[in-house]
Design a protein around this ligand. Structure first.
Ligand SMILES: *Cc1c(COP(=O)(O)O)cnc(C)c1O
Length: 232
């Protein structure tokens, strides 16, 4: 009988092998990081992934995320990333419980996170979310707004600007999707020349991980391929 633990560690091994293969194909020399997206999955499942060696976990919903962070406090080297939309009345929870935030897209949120980041823990590691395909339904800054927000964020000592995150639009063709990813890589490279703390391009999910790595992603956010389909 296959237990859940077996399948999670098998899935993790497969995802890692796919990442290594994609790195090789694109001649990458630095390892692409794997963020396990655990939204909707209970703490026991996350702990199984942890036992299988996974350390970086991503959550989308503040309250659900904080509950799991609290439940799993005994796993001291776990690293929590907040990747969902942030309302201003939820910034304190994010500032207190997460190591990274991928989804900053306005100054108001950045300022609140900075003000609310406890002084006794390291600065919050932040990515600016870019709405690369200008979709009305999606969060993120437009490319033209990026420079101003980056320069504001870089001024907060409680925040460390690490790079960019994007969720490209579903596209009818691979070529169209690759165009968005290439554009993201261009923005990321420009930002790197301006800020020496910038080293992270968070791009690629279960369905487009290979293409994202080929286009310079340094971190992929994978849910379904590790934990299976989500029911909600
Ligand atoms: C849910 C989610 C993911 C993971 O998506 P999968 O297709 O399950 O791999 C990645 N990034 C964000 C922002 C998400 O909300």
């Amino acid at each position: 009988m296959t237990t859940i633990t077996d399948s999670i560690s098998d899935n993790l091994a497969q995802v890692k092998a796919a990442i290594r293969a994609a790195e090789k194909l694109s001649n990458r020399h630095t390892a692409v990081q794997l963020l396990a997206v655990s939204k909707t999955k209970p703490a026991v499942i996350i702990e199984q992934a942890y036992q299988a060696g996974q350390r970086l976990f991503g959550e989308n919903y503040v309250q659900e995320g904080v509950e799991k962070v609290t439940q799993l406090q005994h796993l001291q080297d776990i690293e929590w990333h907040f990747i969902g939309p942030i309302q201003s009345n939820k910034t304190r929870d994010v500032a207190q419980h997460f190591a990274w935030v991928h989804s900053i897209d306005r100054l108001k949120i950045a300022r609140r996170l900075a003000e609310q980041r406890p002084a006794n823990i390291p600065p919050l590691q932040v990515l600016i979310q870019v709405n690369i395909d200008d979709e009305a339904s999606k969060a993120g800054v437009q490319a033209a707004e990026l420079a101003a927000l980056a320069s504001d964020i870089a001024k907060f000592p409680q925040l460390t600007l690490r790079g960019l995150m994007t969720i490209p639009a579903a596209q009818p063709t691979a070529a169209a999707q690759e165009q968005s990813m290439a554009a993201m890589y261009g923005l990321f490279s420009d930002l790197q020349t301006q800020y020496k703390t910038v080293d992270t391009l968070s791009m690629g999910m279960s369905n487009d991980m290979q293409v994202a790595i080929a286009h310079g992603a340094t971190l992929v956010r994978i849910g379904t391929a590790i934990f299976g389909a989500r029911s909600s």
